[in-house]
Ligand binder design. Structure first.
Ligand SMILES: [Mg+2]
Length: 263
């Protein structure tokens, strides 16, 4: 499996203008570190991304981080960033909210305002992420945590938002599908490459893998490559659904180097 995929990858550098390079950021371009703000992309990877952006149809980082935060971490202005679960895109220094989500921006702000009034005084932390709002209650009593969940669920529903809960956090977002799969489709529809690859290491990246498959079945893309980055914490599907499996950020660097080579 791997040798064939490497050969395919090697052939892409002959016609870079027909190919889109899409990649997750954390765990792929930047090694996973204990806290997200200590994360860093190496100078070598930065340089490779700059070179690739000059030759390929499009290079895009697709991340769960806010798009601005993704840019700060990667430090390369020449590429496109889809952030915040695919809800926003950063291009030429401007953050745009994807059109389907834009009408919900005011509703999300309204929810944040209510949460600041009602929940922040109880110790909850309101993270304003633009088009999504996260209310964190990890550091408060279980009763206050329950109160946060109830409040955000009730008010979120009233405002027509989708509410989801995680560990110590309840989130409200527009009720439309936005993930790394929808971001992948948007990039392909806008830039119209013939080939596209996605490099990922985690569960949310599987949406992008599956979207590439659909785009290929629909005949929109003639070639696709799903590149899985193997790690101890990563889900097994990242390697089982991949066409090519690499080890850690060093493996990713090798992929980028091959794409950039002029043999
Ligand atoms: Mg990742």
């Amino acid at each position: 499996m791997n040798r064939e995929a490497w050969e395919q990858l090697r052939s892409w550098n002959r016609t870079p203008d027909t190919a889109a390079l899409l990649t997750d950021i954390d765990g792929v371009l930047a090694p996973i570190v204990p806290t997200p703000d200590m994360s860093e992309v190496s100078g070598e990877v930065r340089e490779l991304l700059r070179r690739l952006s000059g030759n390929y149809r499009v290079v895009a980082g697709i991340s769960g981080r806010a798009a601005m935060d993704a840019l700060r971490l990667v430090g390369v202005e020449e590429i496109l960033y889809y952030g915040n679960h695919g809800f926003e895109v950063l291009r030429d220094g401007q953050v745009e909210i994807v059109s389907e989500a834009a009408p919900y921006k005011e509703k999300v702000e309204e929810l944040e305002r209510l949460a600041r009034e009602e929940l922040a005084p109880l110790g909850a932390f309101i993270e304003e992420k633009g088009i999504t709002a996260s209310i964190h209650y990890r550091n408060v009593s279980p009763e206050v945590g329950e109160r946060c969940k109830e409040f955000v669920t009730r008010e979120g529903e009233r405002l027509g938002l989708r509410v989801t809960s995680g560990r110590g956090v309840v989130e409200a977002r527009p009720p439309i599908r936005a993930d790394k799969g929808t971001a992948t489709r948007k990039v392909v529809e806008e830039y119209r490459p013939q080939k596209a690859l996605f490099i990922g290491d985690d569960l949310t990246d599987l949406d992008a893998f599956r979207e590439l498959e659909r785009l290929s079945e629909e005949g929109v893309l003639s070639e696709t490559l799903r590149i899985g980055v193997k790690s101890e914490e990563g889900p097994p599907e990242i390697t089982s659904e991949a066409d090519l499996v690499v080890e850690g950020t060093e493996g990713v660097e090798e992929v980028l180097r091959m794409l950039a080579s002029r043999d």
